[in-house]
Ligand binder design. Structure first.
Ligand code: PMP
Length: 423
């Protein structure tokens, strides 16, 4: 690919260095459609990574809804607007009855930040429990509960970190038990330190921890322990939700729990910045009595029109069904690779969210993060985009737009097979 050195140089000068680029040779994309993107030289890539363009890159129905509302009116939530209320009602229709109110934000971070404010205000406690390699957002309070930002990032005094349920190493039952034990110990510790427990917050597929979706019910014990201690359960569905699990609209539903609050983001606007906090109304009533909340851009009519268009496309194109069918097929094809490539330790996932864990040795399960970095660069050379995750950074993260087809799954696994053979 022609790398435009001047663009890279200009970027380096103009943008702060905390922004990281993917790939040894940065990728310069200029166009997208469905599950495909094209670079500046016209080379086509299969996108098996991006969940933000949830219903496919530049979906015409989403673009149309956005343009139409942008050409009509865009204001904010302080005026009455039908589309905003329609969207709120439509979205809430996908939640258990107990979760019957929504507050819009622009980003997943804002949704998590608001959820924490509500949790701390309602419980009167400040303690928060997160998993070992969790990521929950960019605000200072969320960075303090995002261990995946690295060892230089400090974790809050009232934050306790528990091991994620590593079913590959501990087995389903072992992982579930370890999670409950970890959460109970964290509760005791927070109480002893005088913080009390405001919330357990989990990405409900544990994406940055390495994607652990099974067994169904995995979260039940941990959630029950937190609620029994007076804390709240916040399901962070910013990555995991919106039809991607295939079996359900939201990943928490796989575990048969009703969260106190659910946070949403990334895929909601298929690229437009829409996010939300969905909550039990009594919590928001308590919060609303003590303060007001206005988020200038959040829930504006253009965002609401886009959000509605995304929900409509998910239904009209049966993208949840697609996630289930293609996701199952994808994992079957990946399972077949286990017999061919000794470095594949485990394949897991639900719907169109899958992890392939690379190990140096299947016996010891020693992680192979170097392999993942080589693999990602080579996959890209071969026209496929994927990502990495996991506390050891050794899992291939497969999280394509929801329109990923059966043929795309075959192409992905064939390319992976060829690429792994070269490592
Ligand atoms: N929670 C999770 C699980 C996320 O993956 C992310 C973003 N990667 C966030 C919260 C933060 O969302 P945003 O980047 O929209 O602020």
């Amino acid at each position: 690919m022609k790398i435009d050195p001047s663009l890279l140089e200009r970027r380096t000068h103009a943008l702060g260095p905390a922004y990281r680029l993917f790939y040894d040779k940065p990728l310069h994309l200029v166009r997208g459609a469905g599950a495909r993107v094209w670079d500046v030289d016209g080379k086509e890539y299969l996108d098996a990574y991006n969940n933000v363009p949830s219903v496919g890159h530049c979906h015409p129905k989403v673009v149309e809804a956005l343009s139409k509302q942008a050409a009509t009116l865009n204001t904010h939530t302080r005026y009455l607007h039908e589309t905003v209320v329609d969207f709120a009602e439509q979205l809430l229709g996908y939640f258990p009855q107990a979760l019957s109110q929504v507050m819009f934000t622009c980003t997943g971070s804002e949704a998590n930040d608001l959820a924490l404010r509500v949790a701390r205000s309602v419980t009167g406690s400040t303690g928060v429990i997160v998993t070992e390699n969790a990521y929950h957002g960019v605000t200072s309070v969320l960075a303090e509960m995002s261990p995946s930002l690295g060892s230089a990032n400090s974790i809050g005094a009232d934050v306790r970190v528990v091991a994620a349920p590593d079913t590959y190493r501990l087995g389903n039952e072992g992982a579930q038990d370890a999670l409950v034990e970890g959460v109970k110990a964290a509760i005791t510790d927070l109480e002893d330190a005088g913080f009390g427990v405001a919330a357990l917050i989990c990405d409900t597929v544990f994406a940055s921890d390495g994607i652990f979706v099974d067994p169904p019910g995995l979260l039940q014990g941990a959630v029950a322990a937190v609620q029994a201690a007076g804390g709240l359960f916040i399901a962070d569905e910013v990555q995991s939700g919106l039809a991607r699990p295939g079996t359900h609209m939201w990943a928490f539903e796989r575990h048969n729990v009703v969260p106190d609050m659910v946070t949403l983001g990334k895929p909601m606007g298929a690229g437009h910045p829409i996010a939300a906090l969905v909550s039990k109304p009594e919590l928001l009533e308590h919060f609303g009595n003590s303060t007001r909340y206005f988020n200038t851009f959040a829930g504006n009519p253009v965002s609401a029109a886009v959000g509605q268009a995304v929900l409509n496309v998910i239904v009209d194109e049966d993208l949840m069904g697609n996630a289930l069918r293609v996701g199952n097929q994808l994992r079957e094809l990946l399972d077949d690779q286990l017999s061919k490539h000794a470095h594949i330790g485990d394949v897991r996932g639900s719907g169109l969210y899958a992890a392939v864990e690379l190990v140096k040795d299947r016996e010891t399960k020693e992680p192979w993060p170097e392999g993942i970095q080589q693999l990602l660069n080579l996959l890209r050379e071969n026209g496929v985009l994927a990502g990495s995750c996991g506390r050891f950074g050794n899992c291939l993260k497969i999280r394509p737009p929801l329109c990923f087809s059966a043929q795309d799954a075959v192409m992905f696994v064939q390319t992976l097979d060829r690429t792994l053979s070269k490592l």
